[in-house]
Design a protein around this ligand. Structure first.
Ligand code: HEM
Length: 528
């Protein structure tokens, strides 16, 4: 009788045989596309969380480390990656024109299963596909109204002054902060809490911990920073280790809090409607209020859908905005000439008065600096799609031979925003921080705006784009008006070396820096 080992060996052999047949079929279909063989795919959970990365074992971070050579070595703006041992074949894409087509047609290029796992707390607009997505998108879009964006501006401004009142900022004209992202993370969280949930916390105030194991704002930060690991290895967080249990408790707290809030708000609105004969106009007009109102009107939009979407707003809008703000300040500190020009610009628009939301368009150079930081460090560093059918893609920049390529149905297609954001055809002198490339005065600006996908494009473009840019322009305007930002170099260190040391990203669900981003702030009015 065959031993267990014989059975296991036979199973492994059959598994590999099936893989090789699939690989052979995929390669035959994609004939002409440069191919790279690896042992394991970076587009699977192991690829996301294992910290090492080698030629045969590339992790997600390779997109950063080889940002200048990955496509150049094939002389092609797309290549195919074939994992010989584990994971699906994938096509990696830094071709702007084809990418635009892909992102514009969500029926022909839906999100693959691996990209729609963030629905543990409820279905939502980020993970839904097809008709279900339409229901979510139609429901959440009105919540991101002009009124919401004005609220974002006002809340950001108020939080800035509250931040200045904290011990760290209050006294003295010179401050060294070990990690500026601590402040931007707090800001982004409080802005979403206020404008999304009407949870208007002061800078130093803790959120409710009623019936929870920790204050709700702390739970959100824990959940945001453990999202990929917790979604894929939920069982690990049930193990009896305090640090793991804390994470699990934060997830339970957030779910409990959101479910409870939805129930309370729904009862509140039903009550208002009963008293006013169905009139909802007096009800909260923030994001949360709009979703509750939609769930009463639309039977296809259930309570778990409200919870799922609220959760996704916390996730999608929190770290992305926080880190892009931190990166913008770091890049301005590294480029004092650009910073001074921006300061003069801000001064010419607002002088000594407070910036108002109506200044948003006139403060365009602030937005350009934010966009330039997002280009160099795209906080959403990849988007995943797959063709619904075998699909011909044609692009003269794909392969040296210039042939059309067929991407087989279901092949994971990685839209590589790191590769694309530094594309030499779109962004001349791509490594340089040049906010003015976004100005209409610059010849390249039209191409830059047309083919920059940091907020995506097409029907699934980021629904919080204006939310994020209102917050960014307001906060950066205030901080640059009042403070000069510098880097603190170690003895003998150059700025280039500081950048290499500090601006080292970690790629998981989003891009953030591996370590702290330390910056020096000097009050503009300070006596020398
Ligand atoms: C700098 C800040 C931000 C960046 C760089 C960013 C980037 C993106 C990108 C690239 C996508 C497309 C993802 C994909 O299709 O795979 C996206 C989608 C989305 N974003 Fe943002 N985002 C930011 C801020 C926000 C904020 C503040 C919110 C909400 C408050 C938000 C909510 C969403 C949602 C709900 C989606 C899904 C839209 C859909 O699929 O229809 N984002 N974002």
């Amino acid at each position: 009788m065959a031993s267990l080992w014989t059975w296991l060996a036979a199973f492994a052999l059959l598994y590999q045989l099936r893989r090789f047949i699939n690989i052979f079929i995929a390669l035959r279909t994609m004939k002409g596309l440069p191919t790279r063989y690896v042992l394991f795919s970076p587009v699977c959970i192991a690829g996301a969380i294992i910290p090492i990365s080698t030629r045969w074992y590339p992790r997600l971070i390779e997109a950063w480390h080889k940002r200048d050579t990955r496509y150049a070595e094939f002389k092609s703006e797309a290549f195919c990656m074939i994992p010989l041992v584990y994971g699906p074949p994938s096509v990696h894409m830094a071709a702007p024109e084809v990418t635009k087509t892909i992102l514009s047609d969500m029926m022909a290029w839906p999100k693959p299963d691996i990209a729609v796992t963030l629905n543990e707390l409820g279905d939502n607009v980020l993970t839904a596909r097809g008709d279900e997505w339409r229901v979510h998108r139609r429901t959440v879009t009105p919540a991101f109204s002009t009124e919401t964006h004005i609220d974002v501006w006002e809340v950001t401004r108020s939080l800035y002054y509250q931040m200045l009142e904290t011990e760290e900022w209050r006294s003295g004209d010179h401050h060294f902060f070990k990690n500026i992202a601590d402040f931007t993370t707090r800001l982004a969280l409080l802005v979403i809490a206020a404008c999304g949930f009407n949870m208007r916390l002061e800078w130093n105030e803790e959120g409710s911990s009623d019936g929870l194991t920790s204050p709700i704002d702390r739970a959100v930060v824990t959940v945001s920073s453990t999202i990929v690991q917790r979604l894929n290895f939920a069982w690990v967080y049930k193990l009896p280790f305090e640090s793991l249990r804390k994470v699990d408790c934060a997830w339970s707290d957030l779910h409990l809090w959101l479910t409870r809030e939805v129930r309370t708000k729904k009862a509140e609105l039903n009550n208002i409607m009963k008293l006013s004969g169905g009139d909802k106009s007096q009800y909260e007009r923030n994001v949360f209020g709009q979703l509750i109102s939609a769930s009463i009107e639309n039977k296809d939009f259930s309570d778990p859908d409200v919870v799922g979407n609220l959760f996704i707003f916390f996730f999608a809008g929190h770290e992305t905005t926080a880190w892009t703000l931190a990166n913008t300040m770091a890049l301005l500190a590294l480029n004092p000439g650009e910073q001074e020009e921006l300061y003069n610009n801000i001064h010419s628009v607002i002088g000594d008065r407070e910036p108002a939301h109506t200044d948003y368009n006139d403060l365009a150079p602030v937005l350009w600096a934010f966009y330039e930081a997002l280009r160099l460090y795209p906080t959403v560093h990849l988007m995943l799609r797959m063709p619904a059918e075998d699909t011909v893609v044609s692009d003269p920049h794909f392969v040296a031979s210039g042939k059309d390529i067929v991407i087989p149905k279901g092949t994971i297609t990685v839209v590589d925003l790191i590769g694309m954001s530094r594309h030499p055809r779109l962004f001349p002198d791509a490594e340089a921080f040049k906010p003015s490339r976004w100005s209409s005065a610059s010849e390249a600006s039209k191409t830059a705006w047309d083919y920059f996908f940091g907020f995506s494009t097409g029907p699934r473009v980021c629904v919080g784009k204006r939310f994020a840019t209102f917050e960014a322009v307001c906060f950066l305007t205030l901080i640059l008006r009042d403070w000069k930002i510098d880097v603190k170099l170690n003895a003998g260190e150059t700025k280039e070396a500081w950048k290499e040391r500090v601006m080292q990203p970690d790629l998981l669900a989003t891009m953030r820096m591996v370590g702290d981003v330390p910056l020096l702030f000097t009050r503009r009015s300070a006596k020398a």
